[in-house]
Design a protein around this ligand. Structure first.
Ligand code: FE
Ligand code: FE
Ligand code: ZN
Length: 279
């Protein structure tokens, strides 16, 4: 195994330690998981021992931080107060879970403003984060770059920066860049990766960039759609993805695959990407 930090999305259904072992079995040294089953809202009964077992497995195997993904059906910037409050409640619960596994990441989609306008949406997200974040927390909360489908907030670096700037405890915040989403949003990482990263640095600051969702895209550049493709089978293509993972400003970040795959499919992609990675 080389020094690339790479993993994929795994199911939490059989517990935390199980995900760690599954990651190791496919040559991954990190992974992503949903904090709960997107179809059912009940949190898996908390098993602190299972979490501690995962943490020690991660330590002895040199894992990079793992990424918990909030349910994508949450809408922290919903106009409906109950929907907004529900998102906040779930996110607070998830953060409490992650605090049992300190120094890892919790990623969420900023949400959709559904007709209220970007400014109102941003303000609601800021309010949610101001209620959620606290000084002693050990988890870094990541805002994901979105594709801009429908009325999604967070498909431009400026919108993400506006959220970060307004949040009180913004030292707890970072960004997770999704390669499929930003390409769909109109950031041309195929033709101008240097320029895009320069822009990210100017607007948000590369010090905020903590994680990468590594996906190819089924839809054309700038399409504002969100359809992930397998690595090398989409509009971004293998060559651009290989340049992306080896870019000096990105290569030391953890990469999380969210491609349409089962675990053996992920194992295959991890193998290809590790081989294409320059130490
Ligand atoms: Fe996501
Ligand atoms: Fe993503
Ligand atoms: Zn996506």
């Amino acid at each position: 195994m080389n020094s690339m930090k790479i993993g994929c999305h795994l199911s939490v259904a059989q517990g935390y330690l199980h995900m760690g072992k599954e990651a190791i079995s496919i040559d991954a040294n990190t992974f992503q998981f949903f904090t709960r089953n997107p179809r059912g809202w009940k949190t898996k009964e908390l098993n602190i021992q299972d979490m501690e077992d995962l943490i020690s497995l991660m330590k002895s195997n040199g894992f990079s931080p793992i990424l918990a993904h909030a349910p994508y059906t949450l809408n922290p910037c919903a106009a409906d107060e109950r929907v907004h409050e529900f998102a906040l409640m779930v996110m607070k619960e998830d953060l409490a879970i992650m605090e049992h596994m300190p120094e890892n990441y919790y990623n969420f989609h900023p949400g959709s403003h559904v007709g209220q306008g970007i400014e109102a949406g941003i303000q609601l997200i800021v309010e949610a984060l101001d209620h959620m974040l606290y000084t002693e927390q050990k988890t870094t909360v990541l805002l994901e770059t979105m594709s801009g489908k429908g009325s999604e907030v967070g498909s431009t670096f400026e919108e993400l920066q506006e959220i970060i700037k307004r949040v009180r405890l913004n030292d707890k915040l970072g960004v997770c860049m999704d390669s499929c989403h930003i390409y769909s949003a109109g950031y041309n990482i195929v033709e101008d990766l240097d320029g895009i990263l320069e822009k990210f640095d100017k607007v948000i600051g590369l010090n905020r960039l903590k994680a990468i969702h590594l996906n190819d895209s089924m839809t054309p550049f700038g399409s504002k759609k969100d359809r992930h493709a397998k690595i090398g089978q989409g509009t971004i293509g293998l060559d651009a993805i290989i340049r992306f993972i080896n870019h000096p400003l990105l290569k030391n970040l953890p990469f999380y695959l969210e491609t349409p795959n089962d675990v053996p499919g992920y194992a295959e992609e991890i193998k290809i990407l590790r081989q294409a990675y320059n130490e």
